[in-house]
Design a protein around this ligand. Structure first.
Ligand code: GLY
Length: 347
C-alpha cells in the first residue's frame, strides 16, 4: 500500500505536472504598442509628432526627441526659448532624455540654444557623462553644430516679465493654467493651456513612449519656473526626478514644482512602484502622496503631476491639484486628452 507521505508527494507532483501546460495557456496581458503619453493637453500636438516616428515602427528614443523638439520650436510657447525668463530676464533651459538601455543625457541652465533635448541626446551619445550645465553645456552644443540664438525674450515673455518686475515677488503660481483660462479663451477638451493663438502656458513638456519593438524611452524639456533665481535648476533635467525609464518595467515623467519632485526622486519612485506591481496610476498616486506627506500644508499651494506607462502600454497619471491634463496617442486617431485624478480633487 502506498504510504501517506508517498501519496501526498505523488499528488503534489501530478498537480504541478498538470499546472505546467495550464500555465502555458495562461492569458498574457495584451500589449498596447506603440503608444505615446505626454503631459498636458498641449501634449496632443507633441504626440502627433512622435506618432510620425512610432506609426512607422520607428524607435521610441527618436519619437520622444522629435516630440520635444516640436514644442521647443513653437514660438509662443513657455517650453524652450519662448518661455518665461529668470529674475534677471534671461531664459535658461533644462532637458533630459533616456532610452531603453538606460543611456541618458541631460543639460541644465543652458542659454541661447533652441533645442536643449537634442543637446541632451548628444551628451548621451557622444560623451562619457550624463549631465552638462551652463556655459559648458552651451560650449558643447556649439561644438556639435547647434546655433547660438540672440537670447531675446518672446513677445509674451517680455510682457509677462515687465508685469512681474512691478512687484518682483518670488511666488510660483500654482495651476497657472486654471487662472489663465479665465483671462484667455482656450480650446480642446479641457481647454486650460492651449490657446486659440497657438500659445501654451506650461513650462514643462514630458513625453514617454513605447515603440513597436516594445522598447521604452522618454524626454523632458522645460524653461523651468518663471522668474526663478538665476542658476536655479528644477526636476526636468534630473534623471529619476523629472524623467525615468526602465525598459523592463515602465517610464514616468513629471510636471509642476520641480523642487518637490526632486525631494522624493519622483519618477524613479513611480517606476519602482510599478515594479512592485502597482498600475501606472496607482504608482503616480503613491509618488504624489509621498510629496504631500512631507509637508501636507505646503502641498496645498503647489502643483505636481506625474504620468506613467508600463511595459504593456498601460498608462496613468495623478496630480496634487485638480487641473493636470495629459495626452495619450496609441493609434491613428489623433489621440485623446484626459484629466488626471488629483489628491485635492474638487468636491
Ligand atoms: N518642473 C519644471 C521645473 O520645476 O522647473
Amino acid at each position: 500500500m502506498q504510504s501517506r507521505r508517498k501519496f501526498i508527494r505523488g499528488a503534489a507532483f501530478s498537480w504541478s505536472a498538470l499546472s505546467i501546460p495550464m500555465l502555458s495557456f495562461a492569458k498574457k496581458a495584451a500589449v498596447t504598442k506603440p503608444i505615446v503619453v505626454s503631459t498636458w493637453d498641449s501634449g496632443l500636438a507633441v504626440n502627433a509628432e512622435a506618432w510620425k516616428v512610432l506609426g512607422k515602427s520607428g524607435k521610441a528614443i527618436d519619437a520622444v526627441e522629435v516630440a520635444a523638439n516640436s514644442i521647443e520650436n513653437t514660438i509662443n510657447c513657455c517650453v524652450g526659448l519662448g518661455g518665461n525668463p529668470d529674475r534677471d530676464g534671461k531664459v535658461t533651459l533644462d532637458a533630459c532624455i533616456m532610452d531603453e538601455k538606460a543611456n541618458c543625457g541631460s543639460v541644465a541652465f543652458l542659454e541661447k540654444i533652441k533645442n536643449p533635448i537634442s543637446v541632451a541626446r548628444k551628451v548621451m551619445e557622444k560623451t562619457p557623462h550624463v549631465m552638462l550645465v551652463g556655459e559648458g553645456a552651451q560650449q558643447f552644443a556649439l561644438e556639435n553644430g547647434f546655433t547660438k540664438e540672440s537670447g531675446a525674450l518672446s513677445a509674451d515673455a517680455e510682457k509677462t516679465y515687465k508685469e512681474w518686475l512691478k512687484k518682483s515677488e518670488y511666488k510660483p503660481v500654482m495651476n497657472i493654467e486654471q487662472q489663465q483660462i479665465k483671462a484667455k479663451k482656450g480650446h480642446g477638451p479641457f481647454a486650460p493651456n492651449y490657446f486659440e493663438d497657438g500659445s501654451f502656458n506650461h513650462d514643462t513638456m514630458g513625453t514617454i513612449a513605447l515603440d513597436n519593438s516594445g522598447d521604452l524611452s522618454g524626454a523632458c524639456t522645460t524653461s523651468g519656473m518663471g522668474f526663478k533665481m538665476r542658476g536655479r535648476v528644477g526636476d526636468s533635467p534630473i534623471i529619476g526626478a523629472g524623467l525615468f525609464v526602465d525598459n523592463e518595467i515602465g517610464a514616468a515623467t513629471s510636471s509642476g514644482q520641480g523642487e518637490e519632485v526632486i525631494r522624493v526622486c519622483g519618477t524613479h519612485l513611480v517606476v519602482e512602484m510599478m515594479r512592485a506591481g502597482k498600475t501606472p496610476k496607482e504608482a503616480c498616486k503613491i509618488a504624489v502622496e509621498r510629496i504631500i506627506k512631507i509637508n501636507p500644508e505646503k502641498a496645498r499651494d503647489f502643483q505636481v503631476g506625474f504620468i506613467a506607462i508600463n511595459k504593456n502600454g498601460e498608462y496613468g497619471a495623478y496630480s496634487i491639484q485638480p487641473g493636470f491634463s495629459y495626452s495619450v496617442t496609441k493609434a491613428d486617431d489623433g489621440g485623446k486628452v484626459y484629466m488626471a485624478e488629483s489628491h485635492f480633487a474638487k468636491k
